[in-house]
Design a protein around this ligand. Sequence first.
Ligand SMILES: Nc1nc2c(ncn2[C@@H]2O[C@H](COP(=O)(O)OP(=O)(O)O)[C@@H](O)[C@H]2O)c(=O)[nH]1
Ligand SMILES: [Mg+2]
Length: 346
Amino acid sequence: MFENLQSKLEFALKKIRGQAKISEDNIQEALEEVRRALLEADVNFTVAKNFIDEVTQKAIGVEVKGNLQPGQVIIKLIYDELVALMGSNKSDLILAHGGPTVVMVAGLQGSGKTTFCGKLAANMKKKGKQPLLVACDIYRPAAVTQLKMLAQSLNIPVYAAEGKNPVEIATDALVYAKKYARDIVIIDTAGRLTIDEDMMQEVQNIRDQTKPNEILFVCDSMTGQDAVNTAKAFHERLNLTGVVLTKLDGDTRGGAALSIRKVVGQPIKYVGTGEKLDALEPFYPERIASRILGMGDVVSLVEKVQSQFDEEESAKLEAKLRKNEFNMQDFLDQLRMIKKMGWIKQ
Ligand SMILES: Nc1nc2c(ncn2[C@@H]2O[C@H](COP(=O)(O)OP(=O)(O)O)[C@@H](O)[C@H]2O)c(=O)[nH]1
Ligand SMILES: [Mg+2]
């Protein structure tokens, strides 16, 4: 993901990485490259401009402390700004207090709504919740079948009804949820290929009727700038509470991920990283920023290391080291443990 942007940024930052001194000239030159890299990644023009202005301003006043190199300081500034651009913190799903939580999922056709509904239901079930999926995309018979099949594989109920309109289906689904103690209701809606008044009106009616706690816009990250414009239109109409970025496993340029938060003003809550139902992750701005800057996903690596690491074992080893009893066998065990974590390169 984001390989192209990553290599362009790396090239831009190479210019300042090793420099002992930062002048206004060489900052400007490097940041111009950064700006170009962002635009090529299909980042919104205004977002890219503001980004560069912000970093430039901070870079000019920066004081380089200790044994840091100025280049490193600039990279840190860019990292911080990337994180801020994507919303700083992980943003959790809003859950209702008492009564079922209602999540309405909207977006264009093919963006990954139905798949996301399945993924979210699976994720919630894993957390001990009782989801109910609601099939409000009644226009393509295959859509209802698709949701039913996903639900069946997860052993989660679906509310679907022939002969009713989507607003009635959603309303009745809430009654059903209360009756059968389902505590999270996930409503899959119909999308069109482009923004379309009838579709918007219908989704708006479902929203007015069901008063969702979450109104999530599902956005195909492969569509870049377009996705951002569509998100804006949906937000103006529906008052979104969050965004889901799908297909981040593809070779997306990254424009949607980097622009959508600023343009829409709502957090990215989840990312889809594959077609399977477990390919859903919360959105962590820091992790994505690290990946984009080629620093590797350090946090994920640390988590991996922690999961492989036996704390008791290492306390024993430390004691041995202190007593000068560390032998070749211990050394071998250490090497094996490191090997288990994967490639050193990572
Ligand atoms: N690679 C990948 N494919 C996805 C992802 N999410 C959805 N898809 C695929 O995108 C296509 C459209 O998804 P669907 O959920 O039917 O979209 P909908 O029309 O918005 O309901 C399907 O082939 C899905 O398997 C994802 O995160 N990664
Ligand atoms: Mg669908």
